[in-house]
Design a protein around this ligand. Structure first.
Ligand SMILES: *Cc1c(COP(=O)(O)O)cnc(C)c1O
Length: 435
């Protein structure tokens, strides 16, 4: 266990980059490698690894380099490729639309999820938007607390042929009966083919889990398509298609990319007809223009996802154990915990946890003290996104009925790949400074 010097109090110690550097001197080599070089956020425009991650950067410079033109020896060769939307070398007849590297990554994900095929987009949100655009449902059933940008896209974009889709929410921890009742009520009004049941489990920030099997059974009986945002789990913890879901959506920006530098999203479809519709949608929208460097990186990084996830989960468990002993933490939201009301479904579907948990602070504490605690952290960085090597922290503000939410301030943690002992030392010094 590395020796960690006790950090000086924030007021006497000067700017944070300097204090962080001094703190890291006492950390284990694995933790120091993750945080090197120490960046000045103003100079790097907020990027945590401004030069990229060494070895991955070198390997991503191989390949098609994202060239837009794909060459043909004759007009006949070109006409055949244009008609098929495919070049004889792999990829599309036009390099922007789909590179050979994108082909390779799609084939890999289709295999991992057991699907008929996959598409890759430039972000997780673009993958979600492509599903909505391709199938243009007029009614979407979504869980309360769904990833907010997904809700915003459904609420604001003109996805249905007639304009915006109608959205109906169901509880984040819904039973099959609850969703079945919504479907039965909609059935007289909206055709099954124009309805989409959208799942996200566990749901963002508060991590409730619905009765996935019950929902899928009722949607199936009604002939309604199902799509699941499976970003929390990744293929390592859950394979939606194996549970009867039609479309698996992954923000591969998170665990499959793994290091916060691979913005991308994947949709895997169970049927040939659905994958054909998704591919056609990408030709229409151009959302499949993902750089070959990104595809190559994703292609290799996904191989380490399982080991990383296990390590993230073990570190998250250690950190939750620390919060458990502190009076200022009134609760911890994570379905991996035996005391979670969602633990039964967690064991049924996922079996093991990930990097995320949300701490509910004692509602007697002024929120400024909670913010002072977060601001005093040196290894945990204040940033959106998660699933990467760097530990992160961010307040949670679900746009939901307050009656279903805990009372105290909520803060979400992403346990990175640093040594757990160093992260605990960071929490200790921040707690001493703030509470
Ligand atoms: C991050 C995230 C997304 C979107 O991924 P981006 O690549 O950031 O667009 C979608 N769903 C969930 C649950 C996420 O956490």
């Amino acid at each position: 266990m590395p020796h960690v010097p006790s950090a000086p109090s924030p007021t006497e110690a000067g700017p944070k980059p300097g204090r962080r550097a001094a703190f890291l001197d006492g950390c284990a080599p694995a933790t120091r490698r993750i945080h090197a070089p120490i960046v000045d956020l103003a100079a790097s425009r907020g990027h945590l690894n401004p030069r990229g991650l060494g070895a991955a950067r070198a390997s991503s410079d191989l390949g098609s380099l994202g060239q837009s033109s794909v060459g043909f020896e004759t007009l006949g060769d070109y006409a055949a490729a244009d008609a098929a939307g495919r070049a004889p070398y792999g990829g599309a007849e036009y390099g922007v639309v789909q590179s050979p590297e994108a082909d390779a990554v799609c084939a890999k994900f289709a295999g991992l999820h057991g699907g008929a095929g996959a598409i890759v987009c430039g972000s997780g949100l673009a993958a979600i938007a492509t599903v909505l655009d391709a199938f243009a449902p007029t009614l979407v059933l979504i869980p309360e607390g769904v990833y907010f940008p997904a809700w915003r896209y459904m609420a604001e974009a003109n996805v249905a042929p007639t304009g915006r889709a109608e959205l109906q929410t169901y509880p984040a921890g819904a039973s099959g009966e609850e969703v079945g009742a919504l479907l039965a009520r909609a059935g007289g009004r909206v055709a099954a083919r124009d309805t989409l049941v959208y799942l996200e489990a566990p749901v963002s920030g508060t991590f409730e889990i619905p009765d996935i099997a019950g929902i899928v059974a009722r949607a199936g009986a009604a002939g309604v398509r199902t799509a699941m945002d499976n970003t929390w789990a990744s293929h390592v913890r859950f394979r939606p298609l194996a549970h009867g879901i039609d479309l698996a959506i992954q923000a591969t920006t998170k665990y499959e990319g793994g290091y916060g530098d691979t913005p991308s999203g994947i949709v895997v479809a169970r049927s040939e007809a659905d994958i054909a519709r998704l591919r056609r949608q990408l030709r229409i929208s151009g959302q499949g223009a993902v750089s070959p460097q990104t595809c190559t990186r994703l292609f290799h990084r996904v191989d380490g996802a399982e080991r990383r996830l296990d390590r993230h989960a073990a570190t998250a468990a250690t950190l939750m154990g620390w919060f458990e002993t502190k009076g200022f933490a009134a609760g911890i939201l994570s379905p991996a915990r035996a005391d979670s009301p969602h633990h039964g479904r967690f064991q049924q579907y996922f079996g093991a946890g990930n990097s995320l948990f949300t701490v509910v602070f004692d509602d007697g504490l002024p929120v400024e003290r909670v913010h002072a605690f977060v601001d005093a952290l040196l290894l945990f960085r204040v940033a959106e996104s998660w699933g990467g090597h760097v530990s992160l922290v961010l307040p949670v503000h679900p746009r939901r009925d307050p009656a279903v939410l805990p009372k105290g301030a909520m803060v979400r943690f992403n346990a990175g790949l640093e040594e757990a002992g160093d992260l605990i030392a960071d929490l200790d010094q921040a707690a001493r400074a703030a509470f």
